[in-house]
Design a binder for this molecule. Structure first.
Ligand code: GTP
Ligand code: MG
Length: 166
């Protein structure tokens, strides 16, 4: 049986946990980053691969800083699905709204992962209400089992298709 391939792009604000999520799912994931106050930030992209049964999933993480809009547009080209990763330890702001609207306008399957649910001060219920029109899953990107289960649930909903090349 031919392998199915999916390009999935992870969107989210600065520090939402996109790189952590991809690294947790694929320890061999590649990441281009720069130092910033309090840690590091993605300046180009994250790239990881995950095998789910017959399905090969190519994960692309976008930079969360607002000024990298052009990078998000390029990385998003040809995606089969979009994940919006939301940090539930801080309120949903205008930028996250903007990402959510951009994903809706792309007319591709999408899902909201409510991240950092393990952290003190996490408010998943408030975030869940905010995205009441979308499917949401509670995760901690630091937890491999939770991250993988959430990804599997999303991939399972995507229309099955087979591609020669991506
Ligand atoms: N407690 C907790 N911390 C998390 C979780 N996911 C990520 N973090 C932390 O949040 C911080 C930012 O995580 P990153 O994965 O770098 O976030 P990012 O979305 O890639 O950030 P940018 O590339 O700058 O947009 C790091 O200190 C992570 O360890 C989580 O599920 N729980
Ligand atoms: Mg990052």
């Amino acid at each position: 049986m031919a392998e199915e391939k999916y390009k999935i792009v992870v969107f989210g604000a600065f520090g939402a946990g996109k790189s952590t999520f991809i690294q947790t799912l694929d320890p061999q994931a590649k990441h281009i980053e720069a130092e910033c106050t309090g840690g590091s930030t993605t300046i180009a992209l994250d790239y990881g691969r995950v095998q789910i049964g017959e399905k090969r999933v190519y994960l692309y993480g976008t930079p969360g800083q607002e000024r990298f809009e052009f990078a998000r547009e390029i990385i998003g080209k040809g995606m089969d699905g979009a994940i919006l990763l939301v940090d539930v330890t801080s309120p949903v702001d205008e930028f996250v709204e903007h990402l959510s609207t951009s994903i809706s306008n792309a007319h591709i399957p999408s899902i909201v992962f409510l991240n950092k649910c393990d952290a003190i001060g996490a408010q998943p219920d408030a975030a869940k209400m905010h995205f009441s029109g979308a499917e949401t899953i509670i995760v901690s990107a630091k937890n491999r089992r939770e991250s993988r289960d959430a990804l599997e649930r999303f991939i399972g909903k995507l229309r099955s298709h087979t591609r020669e090349e991506k």
